[in-house]
Design a protein around this ligand. Structure first.
Ligand code: PBG
Length: 325
């Protein structure tokens, strides 16, 4: 009997045949490595919630950057762990803060590496929210915008190549664009975390960044996981305001969202393979429940297949090695 599937089988017979007809190719070009930068020097301290990732002082971040460049990884995204936190997150827009210092050190060490910075207050506020809090204990959207604009300009002045707002305040992309333009940075792109769900998969990150909200939660400003349509609204609003690249996060439970945003927009799309997705795979690997290397490559390839042009992932370095760097 001749079944129509035989046509598919014929093309699966050898690895080289499979290579020829493969639709999605994961490459080192697709990877961005997140770094957590901290004060001091000589600090390279493993993050307990993210095995294999480190809190890095500026000098060590520069070393890591050199390593990424030698693996041909195109970019890094920086998150800051400041020396002190306050209600308005002022260490986040201090020109001599942790992120500006790290940017300078990284740019000296690896000038070609694309340095993206996270623009959000949650790493810098003592209450852990992504914006300033009003008298009703609610995040004050409009009061936060000005601070985000300030933070973006401070990062740009330190040498950042791209700004990545992840706070989910309404109107932030427009405000950041305007702030950058008026300070002479109209050439710098904005990568907006436009489609950011209120996810349990951020747990290890919040431990790493010490940014767990001290009261309440982020449901007021992050998206509700059961909803897909609002992803398109968020994406369209951010493009309208001037976003050059969009990010969907998390990645794995949201492959349908990646695919829909890809189809509905024409700007480059990134996916954030977040901390919980990383930690979950490592934990299963450690228990010998899964082939970690294969699962990592499958996961990253499938995020691309869904429609992401590139991936922010804690696996970037390991994946680059697996891909033959
Ligand atoms: C917030 C931010 C978060 C992540 C990136 N930016 C966490 C949050 O909303 O609490 C999570 C990334 C990850 O889990 O890897 N600025």
């Amino acid at each position: 009997m001749a079944f129509p599937q035989q046509r598919l089988r014929r093309l699966r017979r050898t690895e080289n045949l499979r290579r020829l007809v493969r639709q999605t190719r994961l490459a080192i070009d697709d990877l961005v490595y997140p770094m957590f930068v901290c004060p001091g020097s000589g600090v390279r301290k493993e993050i307990s919630s993210l095995p294999g990732c480190y809190h890095l002082s500026a000098d060590k971040a520069a070393e890591q950057a050199r390593q990424l460049a030698s693996l041909r990884i195109p970019g890094t995204i920086l998150f800051g762990l400041p020396a002190s936190k306050d209600a308005r997150g002022s260490s986040g827009y201090d020109p001599s803060g942790v992120v500006p210092q790290a940017i300078k050190a990284i740019k000296d060490a690896a000038p070609e590496l694309v340095v993206i910075t996270d623009v959000c207050l949650c790493e810098y506020t003592d209450h852990g929210h992504c914006g300033v809090i009003d008298s009703n204990q609610q995040v004050d959207n409009d009061a936060t915008l000005e601070l985000l604009g300030k933070m973006a300009v401070v990062h740009a002045q330190a040498g950042a190549d791209m700004l990545a707002p992840s706070d989910m305040m309404d109107g932030r992309v427009g405000v950041i664009r305007k702030a950058l333009d008026s300070e002479g940075f109209s050439h710098l792109p904005i990568m907006s975390c436009a489609v950011k769900y209120c996810s349990a998969f951020y747990g290890p990150f919040r431990e790493a960044a010490d940014s767990t909200p001290q009261f309440g939660n982020r449901r007021g400003y992050q998206m509700d996981p059961p909803n897909a349509r609002e992803a398109l609204l968020e994406a369209a609003a951010d493009i309208e305001e001037g976003a050059d690249i969009l990010v969907v996060k998390p990645a794995l439970p949201y492959l349908d969202i990646i695919s829909q945003v890809r189809a509905a927009t024409d700007v480059p799309l990134a996916a954030y393979n977040v901390s919980g997705e990383y930690a979950m795979l490592l934990a299963a690997e450690e228990k010998k429940l899964i082939d970690g290397e294969a699962a990592m490559l499958e996961m990253l390839t499938c995020i691309k297949r869904a429609g992401a042009d590139f991936i922010l992932t804690y696996f970037a370095e390991r994946a680059a090695r697996a891909l033959g760097a």
